[in-house]
Write a protein that binds this ligand. Structure first.
Ligand SMILES: O=P(O)(O)OC[C@H]1O[C@H](O)[C@H](O)[C@@H](O)[C@@H]1O
Length: 498
């Protein structure tokens, strides 16, 4: 049981863009300093330096790890041998100058991608919408399609028009079946109004690290945006994969998001352990996993604009550190990364918080709060009301965080007793801006990296997702009648029914 005495001190780190309060972790700075001594390997500083300079070795995939080199628009453009027309494409589409093959202005953009080619772009576009540069002459609607079953596409197709829509095919490998399946359906759908040539010439942008495949697909070179193979999928929102974010807010604001991430890179590089937000997040997480044996972390944003953060974090953390093999491919015997879950906090209060407060399971959580909100596009009355709503959300965030830690004892009335003792962090920003958003995401990236170093795993590969893909291909062959194989009675009976 965690010793959950009410926090008598404030344990926090404040920096310009991001703040961490870990007063409700039950860990003093002295204890964390001692834990850091024990856990951070002697070569940590050198590995951190490698990461921040694009030199960390992703040994199993035989390449470097270079997403930290993408923290400026300049480098995003340079990534395609200096030929990336990233900012030009953004300008044309946002200003209404990009015309479709039949001469109509493009009004809709659909990002087709999955995993890192979907989660980051969707989260960023949703979170930063209100920061759109107002030089956009017309409104560009952005849609996201990832699901391999076509369900999302089915909902989007009726509200767009082939003549006024551009599709971003976002795929680092340009070979992911989920994405290609959606693209195939789109191709069939455009035929009523456009030839394939027209579609390719004016309605498709490819974003990938695989230039040859984009060319083979027929995407004109001017509409190919490339990025380095050494940028991992789940770290790619800073690269050209972030195109849909830039289309939503403008290249200038997208650049500010990169600036925020860069500020955290510098902070991560230079701040001493006890003032270093990513490092503290990592150490606290390792402590909760190893010493307290808590196997999960809930991500609970208290600002609706961050509602896609939990899914993003699931890929970032679980695909990086959910592993049982060491960096040198030896078996690991102690648990590594936790299960990440969560949801928009205020709605969670009306759904799963009951279990958190009075159920049987241990958990840790990160509350994420935005203290102030400007809402410049509305009348004074509406602005005032929106600011009140922000205060309402923050007060609820503080209340539940307090209750989860301190609990509430009521021996005569078990129904109203709260267990308490659940360690949580509060990550907060004064305002959500492209910079503070970039800082938050980069802080989490570096937390995950640091934990990978502590656990001696390669956080940059994902061998465990491959077997399932191969098995699915074998099953599909049988469903399609191209093979006769049998699997097991349950699988066989479903296949038969199909
Ligand atoms: O961008 P893509 O190459 O299409 O990959 C999309 C996603 O699929 C893979 O299965 C990986 O597990 C993810 O890390 C990746 O983000």
């Amino acid at each position: 049981m965690v010793n959950n005495n009410p926090a008598s001190s404030v344990y926090s780190v404040e920096m310009e863009l991001l703040n961490l309060d870990y007063s409700f972790q039950g860990l003093s700075p002295d204890e964390l300093a001692e834990f850091a001594q024990k856990k951070l390997p002697a070569n940590f500083e050198s590995l951190r330096h490698q990461l921040l300079n694009g030199e960390f070795e992703n040994k199993t995939e035989n390449r470097k790890v270079s997403h930290c080199l993408n923290r400026s628009i300049h480098n995003v453009v340079k990534a395609g041998n200096g030929k990336n027309r990233f900012t030009e494409i953004v300008r044309q589409l946002r200003s209404g100058q990009w015309l479709g093959a039949t001469g109509k202005v493009i009004t809709d953009v659909v990002n087709i991608g999955v995993g890192g080619s979907d989660l980051g772009p969707m989260m960023g576009s949703f979170a930063l919408k209100e920061f759109a540069d107002d030089n956009s002459l017309h409104t560009l609607h952005t849609h996201f399609v990832s699901s391999m079953d076509g369900g999302q596409l089915y909902a989007v197709l009726p509200i767009i028009d082939p003549e006024t829509t551009v599709f971003i095919i976002a795929s680092k490998s340009f070979g992911t079946i989920d994405t290609l399946a959606n693209v195939n359906t789109v191709k069939a759908w455009t035929k009523s109004k456009l030839t394939e040539q027209q579609w390719l010439e004016r309605h498709v942008i490819g974003v990938s690290a695989n230039n040859q495949t984009m060319t083979d697909f027929g995407i004109p070179p001017a509409q190919q945006l490339s990025f380095a193979d050494s940028v991992g999928g789940r770290f790619s929102l800073w690269s050209a994969i972030g195109l849909s974010i830039a289309l939503t807010v403008g290249a200038n604001q997208f650049g500010k998001m990169l600036d925020g991430a860069k500020a955290i890179d510098d902070h991560f590089a230079n701040a001493p352990v006890l003032e270093n937000i990513p490092l503290l997040l990592a150490l606290i997480g390792v402590y909760n996993r190893e010493v307290r044996e808590i196997n999960n972390l809930a991500i609970l944003p208290y600002d609706g604009r961050l509602r896609y953060l939990p899914s993003y974090m699931q890929q970032l953390d679980m695909e990086s550190n959910g592993k049982q093999a060491s960096y040198d491919n030896k078996s690991i015997t102690t648990p590594t990364g936790p299960i990440i879950w969560g949801g928009y906090g205020p709605n969670g209060q009306h759904a799963f918080f009951q279990h958190l407060h009075q159920g049987w399971d241990s958990f840790t959580a990160d509350f994420i709060a935005v203290l102030h909100r400007k809402a410049p596009n509305f009348s004074e009355d509406v602005q005032r009301s929106l600011r009140e709503q922000q205060r309402l959300a923050v007060s609820n965030c503080l209340a539940h965080r307090k209750l989860m830690w301190e609990g509430f004892q009521s021996h005569q009335d078990p129904r109203n007793a709260y267990v308490g003792g659940h360690p949580t962090n509060l990550l907060y920003v004064d305002e959500l801006t492209p910079q503070s958003f970039g800082a938050l995401i980069a802080a989490y990236e570096h937390k995950v990296f640091t934990q990978g170093v502590i656990w001696d795993i390669n956080s940059f590969d994902q061998p465990g997702v491959e077997k399932g893909k191969k098995c699915a291909v074998e099953i599909l062959e049988v469903i399609d009648g191209n093979a006769q194989e049998t699997f097991d009675p349950s699988t066989d009976s479903i296949i038969k029914r199909m």
